[in-house]
Every structure is written in C-alpha cells, then in structure tokens.
Design a protein around this ligand. Sequence first.
Ligand SMILES: [Zn+2]
Length: 144
Amino acid sequence: MEYNPENSGGFPYSMKGKICTREQCRCGGVFTETHVKRGNKSFLDMVCSSCGNRPRSFYIFLYLSKDQCPDPNERKVRIARNSDGHILSSYEEASRLLNEIRKADDENSLNIALYLPKEANQFRGSVLLDRWLKVKHSQGRHHT
Ligand SMILES: [Zn+2]
C-alpha cells in the first residue's frame, strides 16, 4: 500500500498513534499538525502556528493494547528512530513508519520490539548469544 498522508489521521488502520515532537519553535511558538497545501493537494504536516517553521526531529507515540503489552507501565511507547536507527527527521517519514506499524498491527504481524531501540538491542543480543552457545556446543561435541 502506498503512503497516503490523508490516511495518517488513523483511518483505515485501527491502531492508535500520533506523531509528536519534543521541540519548541525558536520563535516561542508551538508546533501543531496542520494541513498544508502543495500545488492542489493538501498534506498533513507539522508546522509552527506562528512562523511556519518545521521541527527537525519527530517521534511516534503509541498506546499498545493489553494483548501486545500486559504491563500497563510499558504500554505507552515512543519511537524516535526508524529501523535503520536514524532520527525521524520529517513528518512524512514519521507518518510512513506509523502507517507501517498500524498495517502490521491490522495484519496481526506486529512485533513492536523491532521498533523499540532498547528492546531491539536485547532481541539482537539474545539471538547472538543463542548462536554463540550453539557454536560452543558444536565445538564441544568435536572435542569429545
Ligand atoms: Zn515559530
């Protein structure tokens, strides 16, 4: 499915989530989600309501369901980087990632750990450890 900024408000996916920024505009204004016209198309973007500047970093705020995360303290999730580890530097990029997560959620194939930097590292670590143990195990078998 192609990226469609008109869908970033939640429809047609069921999972809730929103795009936020920690930044405040240099002019003291507040960044807000706004429909911006480009040619004859209207896009959702985040701009300062006073001067029209855009933030340079974004994050996705997600609220996971009970099934996805039994611990209520960990159900609120912030994702500030894409799968390559780069900061989400445009609203469009954040929006695309959010739609990807929502789509995976709708298809019941969402592994939220892949999107969380800390847990993703733990995941990678355990895979490496598992591999290391298998190597050790097979080496041990060679010696006996
Ligand atoms: Zn401003």
